[in-house]
Design a protein around this ligand. Structure first.
Ligand code: NAP
Length: 296
């Protein structure tokens, strides 16, 4: 019996409630620490478990979600797009972006998919959110999270959103979609060499690729032409990436993905539990678990 079947078996006999994280890899995720601390603080007998899924196991993962003990799930890299077709209904946003990071059930047990990544990202920007209408942003990546972040920025009124991605066709597709959301935002795609030359034009550079998840990964872009004082954001949160190291070296301000993780997680938590997420507890749990992760 493989691990997923084993889980199905043991959870179907359990009296506890569960929320899962599906992805590959999942070992780096700080979400279990954040959500388990929040469940405990609210006195909920719930458990958040990371489940490493192979691509051929997505359908089986969704079978796990159908168990009455399971309240929902988070979906992470690389399944945010693929999981949508197995769910009963998608929020208008998930449908448009083809990106799901949160699943929950309605009272009849139907599986609903939505995304909290875009709002989580905007909240993580703090005072930058107030000046979005002046911001000229470059986004690296066109995957599930990049699509959510780019859409949130365009809809929030950013002045310029440019996209660069390893697979150009995906960037072009994202640009086409974004253009239907705004008549005022200047939206374009560039290849990486062109983006490197144009870096001085941006107030914010958002690293939304999965390059950087492993400790020795290079940065997807060189930052020598970036404007000193502009903001470099990396959605990766569990360690300092090469992208952020280069940003600091080139005198950019830096923001990692920890606050985005917190805010998108609080929104997911509220979908599952219908209770207010305990922000200070979740944030402390994230800081502690990142510290532990980087000590090993
Ligand atoms: P995804 O849907 O699988 O997309 C991956 C993206 O990374 C694609 O644009 C892909 O380009 C690009 N990529 C992958 N390997 C690459 C490489 N070797 N060189 C250049 N580009 C590469 O993943 P996702 O869900 O968008 O997640 C992206 C990252 O954001 C992950 O690191 C994830 O942990 C992080 N994230 C953080 C938060 C947070 O709360 N802080 C939330 C969501 C995601 P192609 O199109 O060419 O394949």
């Amino acid at each position: 019996m493989d691990r997923i079947h084993h889980r199905l078996n043991s959870i179907s006999k359990s009296s506890q409630s569960y929320v899962f994280l599906f992805g590959n890899p999942v070992h780096h995720s700080l979400s279990p620490a954040m959500h388990n601390a929040a469940f405990k603080a609210l006195g909920l007998p719930w458990k958040y478990l990371s489940i490493l899924l192979k691509p051929e196991q997505i359908a089986l993962g969704v079978e796990l979600l159908k168990l009455p003990q399971v309240r929902g799930a988070n979906i992470t890299v690389p399944y945010k797009e693929a999981v949508g077709r197995y769910l009963n209904q998608l929020s208008p946003w998930s449908h448009r972006l083809q990106s799901v990071n949160t699943c929950f059930k309605n009272p009849r047990g139907a599986l609903y998919g939505t995304t909290t990544d875009g709002e989580g990202f905007l909240k993580s920007l703090g005072s930058y959110r107030k000046k979005i209408s002046q911001l000229q942003v470059l986004i690296l990546g066109a995957g599930g999270s990049a699509r959510a972040v780019a859409s949130a920025l365009v809809l929030e009124g950013a002045k310029r959103v440019h996209i660069t991605n390893r697979t150009t066709a995906k960037a072009v597709e994202l640009k086409r979609k974004l253009q239907t959301y705004s008549k005022t935002c200047e939206i374009a795609c560039l290849d990486i060499p062109e983006a490197e030359k144009q870096l001085h034009r941006y107030d914010m550079i958002v690293q939304a690729t999965s390059l950087g998840l492993n400790k020795n990964d290079p940065s997807p872009i060189r930052l020598t032409k970036a404007q000193p004082g502009s903001l470099a954001v990396d959605l990766i949160y569990h360690h300092r990436t090469e992208f952020l190291r280069l940003a600091q070296m080139n005198h950019l301000k830096t923001l990692d993905g920890l606050l985005m993780l917190l805010y998108q997680g609080m929104l997911s938590f509220e979908y599952w539990t219908r209770q207010k997420a305990p922000k200070p507890i979740m944030y402390q749990a994230l800081l502690k678990s990142r510290h532990r992760f980087n000590k090993v």
